[in-house]
Design a protein around this ligand. Structure first.
Ligand SMILES: NC(=O)c1ccc[n+]([C@@H]2O[C@H](COP(=O)([O-])OP(=O)(O)OC[C@H]3O[C@@H](n4cnc5c(N)ncnc54)[C@H](O)[C@@H]3O)[C@@H](O)[C@H]2O)c1
Length: 334
């Protein structure tokens, strides 16, 4: 596989945990890592030293002006996703953009328009939808009627990523982290959203920065008439329930996801369960948004989580937040 992609040249912008993870994946696929950028130059240099590359820089503009670079990995804090993705698309680079696509719907639409105009490929790393468990459930349950998605704990305080709570650089827990759940529900329900409602609560523990709720419980009515419930909360680690939990029903069949999307148990289907950890290594490694982007570039096809998907997911998150803020149900713009 690495031979297929060996002509691709990439840069990583945002050299923290996620950026370095993508650099390792890119290297394993034979991609040449040309440049590393971080506003903290030492982090860019440390990544360059680890993965190789021609230069490290604190200036994203240098990466944009480098015509040798085909592909950008953007793994910065969330406030920088919009300006950097916009500049990347305008510079004609293909983009792997970490979630969330942007913090606001207006920003996401601007990026989507720039991507379309430039004719570049964009994948957003809402990676739950590429998990073999999600792929199987989507194949077995067509247009579910009901679903539930839940993030009920988060290790941001342990990992040091407390910035996700910040209204400015993170945007709060929903858009920062539970965005994975919203995106998965949109994918599995296979519908545009219609209306949402939510209640939020600040339980304290110094997490809901700036009054942002550290617990949000919401509903989504889809255009198909289907319904979802959502929990986005940080209630500390829990040894009994996975950090993530999702359930889907279509009236006859059901799917229950656990083990960080690693396992799905089916009811009413020909198979009882799928556990990703039992799959061959190569199959597990293929379930990657970077591979998906590279295949979209190679075949001139679409990515699994494209600009439209990103705009929709950000729009749902923004509408849920607005419902909490106003105490009123919100129609989600399409
Ligand atoms: N898809 C996933 O499962 C997953 C998992 C973890 C993180 N993420 C995402 O990856 C991104 C980065 O998260 P992280 O955990 O690596 O955070 P991090 O704090 O470890 O790294 C982010 C890096 O970006 C740099 N940065 C911030 N603003 C910048 C700018 N304007 N220009 C250049 N560099 C800038 C910071 O200095 C930092 O080094 C976020 O979007 C996060 O949500 C996704």
């Amino acid at each position: 596989m690495s031979q297929i992609y060996s002509g691709v040249k990439a840069a990583v912008i945002g050299c923290g945990g996620a950026g370095r993870g993508h650099a390792a994946k890119a290297k394993s696929l034979g991609i040449e890592l040309v440049g590393f950028c971080d506003e903290i130059e030492a982090k860019a240099e440390s990544a360059r030293a680890e993965f190789g590359g021609r230069y490290a820089t604190p200036d994203a503009g240098r990466i944009m002006r480098d015509d040798s670079i085909d592909l950008l990995v953007i793994a910065t804090h969330h406030d920088a996703h919009h300006p950097i993705a916009l500049a990347g698309a305008r510079a004609g680079k293909h983009i792997l953009l970490e979630k969330p696509m942007c913090v606001t719907r207006v920003q996401a639409i601007e990026v989507a328009e720039a991507v379309e105009k430039a004719g570049v490929k964009l994948v957003i790393n809402c990676k739950f939808r590429i998990a073999p468990t999600a792929q199987k459930a989507r194949a077995l349950l067509s247009r579910p009627r009901l679903s539930h998605g839940q993030l009920a704990m988060n290790d941001s305080s342990q990992s040091g990523s407390t910035w996700v709570w910040h209204p400015d650089d993170g945007g709060g827990l929903l858009i920062s982290t539970a965005v994975h759940t919203i995106d998965l529900l949109a994918y599995l329900m296979d519908s545009e959203p219609d209306r949402v409602y939510a209640e939020g609560q600040v339980f304290g523990e110094n997490k809901g920065a700036g009054g942002y709720p550290d617990a949000l419980v919401g509903t989504i009515l889809w255009k198909t008439g289907a319904l979802s419930t959502v929990i986005s909360a940080d209630q500390g680690m829990n040894t009994f329930v996975s950090k993530w939990f999702h359930e889907v029903w279509d009236g006859q069949r059901s799917a229950v996801f656990s083990a960080h999307m690693g396992r799905v148990d089916f009811g009413g289907c020909d198979i009882d369960y799928l556990d990703t950890r039992e799959l061959p290594d190569e199959e597990q490694q293929q379930a990657s948004m970077m591979v998906n982007l590279l295949e979209a570039i190679r075949t001139d096809g679409d990515t699994l989580c494209n600009a439209h998907d990103g705009v929709r997911t950000v729009s749902i998150c923004n509408a849920l937040d607005e419902a909490v803020r106003t105490g009123k149900p919100q129609t989600v713009p399409n």
